[in-house]
Ligand binder design. Structure first.
Ligand code: MG
Length: 384
């Protein structure tokens, strides 16, 4: 029996690598739905190759271009974010891989869970924004959320056979990004191009900037808090520049378990798609002799304030992580468009967290409104 998969964000870094996993195991997977934001050319090319039932482009202005490109096929073509949120409920889908960027992942994930679909979660922002609602819905609908993020996949793999053993501590590893060891003075002057040049991982622009600013690790701490039901104070971050140890769990007897491997996203993507099985791959293998030194160090909280801001938001709970995420999306966009400097991203996030209305127990609608409000506040700060 093959698994029928919907890939939201199929033209991005995670989406294209998920399709490589499908290529490697063509008898095990069927691509049912693919969606993209803007990239019509690649989406159409993928549709012709994988012959899904449904293709959706989020940007409605690109609908006619996509529909013309697929005119000679019987593939259904839709446009708009609402369409993406709807098609995930389709009966034919077993598993939904959420690999879109940012807040846009929230509603499709909510709908997919309500429709009882397994979730391979690559969109960490969904859990950052509304982790309480998502985990509760998953429980109610008996849906598993399988992590794709390499750190969370590592923890998930270490948990196999350990589900009844309490976690004492999670240790998330961070590469430290391209600016590891640099001070604030240096960071003030870094360019878009320098920030997009990650030493170990090749990823989309948003997550690459988040990695350079350490916000990615802050978002991942919040993601871990919900995925593994641990307290914020039991989640530690350690910088590990080689990105070989992908994360660790410490159990109550003091024993640590880690998952290791070369930094290759296809492994965690495939594990989420094939869990609980492991399929054979021909990906390059790790050798200790190529890495005689694996090193670990503390993150610098003065240079990388985003990490602290994320922990503050996680501790405050309610809609604060949603506010943090919205402000960060706007700040990263502002940095990528060269409207603000690298260090200003943290200033914008901090100010937005102070200004936006706090809600202790938000509903889904509250989260949607908080996102809009926080984005507007952050945008206003950038214009000033
Ligand atoms: Mg990660």
């Amino acid at each position: 029996m093959s698994k029928k998969i919907a890939i939201l964000g199929s033209t991005g870094s995670i989406g294209t690598q998920a399709l490589e996993v499908v290529d490697a195991h063509p008898d095990r997977f069927e691509v049912e739905v693919i969606t993209a934001n803007n990239n019509v050319d690649l989406l159409a090319e993928q549709a012709i190759k994988y012959d899904p039932n449904i293709v959706v482009i989020a940007n409605k202005e690109k609908y006619s271009e996509l529909s013309e490109a697929l005119a000679n096929t019987d593939i259904k073509v839709y446009a708009g974010e609402e369409a993406i949120a709807q098609v995930v409920q389709n009966d034919s889908i077993d598993i939904v891989l959420t690999a879109m960027v940012g807040f846009s992942g929230l509603l499709p994930t909510v709908n997919a869970i309500k429709a009882g679909k397994q979730i391979a979660l690559a969109n960490k922002e969904t859990l950052v924004v509304a982790g309480d609602i998502i985990t509760r819905l998953a429980l109610e609908n008996k849906v598993s959320i399988l992590p794709v993020d390499s750190e969370h996949s590592a923890i998930f793999q270490c948990l196999a056979g350990e589900f009844h053993n309490p976690i004492e501590k999670l240790i998330l590893t961070a590469s430290g990004g391209p600016f590891r060891g640099k001070n604030v003075e240096f960071l003030r002057k870094v360019t878009r191009c320098q920030a997009l040049n990650h030493p170990n991982w090749s990823m989309g622009d948003k997550i690459t900037i988040d990695s350079a600013s350490m916000m990615n690790k802050g978002l991942e701490a919040i993601e871990a808090r919900w995925l593994f039901n641990v307290k914020p104070q039991d989640i530690e971050v350690v910088v590990h520049p080689q990105s070989i140890v992908h994360s660790l769990i410490q159990f109550e007897d003091g024993s640590l378990k880690a998952q290791l491997g070369l930094p290759d996203m296809r492994i965690p993507i495939q594990y989420a798609m094939t869990f609980p099985e492991r399929y054979k791959t021909d990906f390059p293998r790790f050798s200790f002799l190529d890495y005689p030194e694996l090193t670990f160090e503390k993150a610098d909280p003065k240079a990388f304030r985003n990490l602290d801001l994320a922990y503050q938001a996680m501790g405050k709970e309610g809609n604060m992580p949603c506010i943090l995420n919205a402000a960060n999306e706007v700040a990263v966009d502002g940095f990528l468009k060269q409207k603000i400097g690298f260090v200003e991203m943290s200033d914008i996030i901090e100010k937005t967290m102070m200004k936006a209305s706090f809600i202790a127990q938000p509903t889904l609608d509250d989260y949607i409104q908080s996102n809009t409000e926080a984005r507007a506040i952050a945008e206003e700060i950038i214009i000033k």
